[in-house]
Design a protein. Structure first.
Length: 132
């Protein structure tokens, strides 16, 4: 019986990534701790690219979404995870695309809450300018 190759990781767009995030799939930010602290997807766990193999056992179970600034390192992270037998996806456009879409970003070393503000708060802030 031939050895099976792990599935190739898939690059996903913002819509799919947001659905995965909202469903509670683990989000791994593979950038350096300094880059992560400067701004990351709310709820994302910082696991720098060069430590993925060593931290595999400490990661939440199941499929993961990898992210970085633009999507290049997260693709490499997803590939590494797939080769280690872990299903992984990579966010095309990275944290910059996430932030540009107005989705929750957090600064600092902590992951932060894993939920978006209610739609009416986003609307109120965008159109009325109060309740910031």
């Amino acid at each position: 019986m031939a050895d099976q190759l792990p599935p190739e990781p898939e690059d996903v767009d913002l819509e799919v990534a947001r659905a995965l995030w909202a469903a509670g799939d683990p989000v791994l930010d593979v950038r350096t701790p300094e880059e992560y602290a400067a701004g990351h997807i709310s709820g994302a766990i910082n696991v720098p690219l060069d430590t993925l193999a060593f931290r595999l056992d400490s990661l939440p179970p199941g499929q993961v979404l990898t992210v970085c600034s633009l999507g290049n390192r997260s693709r490499r992270g997803a590939e590494r995870l797939a080769h280690l037998g872990r299903p992984a996806l990579s966010l095309r456009g990275g944290t910059k695309a996430w932030a540009a879409a107005g989705l929750p970003i957090r600064t600092g070393a902590e992951p932060g809450p894993r939920r978006a503000r209610p739609w009416w708060r986003r609307w109120r802030r965008s159109f009325i300018g109060w309740g910031r």
